[in-house]
Design a protein around this ligand. Sequence first.
Ligand SMILES: *Cc1c(COP(=O)(O)O)cnc(C)c1O
Length: 222
Amino acid sequence: MPNDDAAGRLAAIHSTIAYGCKLAGRDASDVTLIAVSKMHDADAIRPLIAAGQRVFGENRVQEAADKWPALREETAGIALHLVGQLQSNKAADAVALFDAIHSVDRPSLVSALARAMDAQDRRLPCFVQVNIGDEPQKGGCPVADLPALLSDARAANLPVVGLMCVPPADLEPAPYFALLAKIARDEGLGQLSMGMSGDLETAVRIGATHVRVGTALFGARA
Ligand SMILES: *Cc1c(COP(=O)(O)O)cnc(C)c1O
């Protein structure tokens, strides 16, 4: 995709978000667009920053640590969200680098993140990733284990603000988004990280507060 079209791609995503919000009677300002820049280098990211995008997502701590400190020196006000699986031994690095974590999925990670946040005196909003389609190969907390994990998080004083999911590929995503929204409501959690390039309008219609969009903004990944 040509770099000079970054503003156009960004505008197209914003109008999709606005349309989904209109269908649902929601305010578009309640939806945060996370531009997922994994596997794209600084030259691919800069045009999007120039077009006004400030919230980015990465799925690996090391890749983010390699790319973002320099980009953040060029432009103030960038927020970085971790959207990929996190190993407990990288929790401290993640807390230092990111502004939100979308992939809390197990008790050992709850304690590692809580310890790192205490040590750095830095509290990041966290989403618990739910394996909403109950897929054996997929990351995320099983639905049945969620109440126990949320109670661990409360006990550890980890700031959990919402739930995140990646629905099963090749199936209609709406029922999975609706199920995640219901579980979040039952648990008293206000934020929903759901919706990617192929299903963001559906996700917004069903209540997403954070959509994670890579391909539609950056083109296909290598
Ligand atoms: C890569 C990724 C995305 C972005 O996916 P696209 O289909 O490229 O928009 C969103 N969420 C997570 C967790 C990802 O790993």
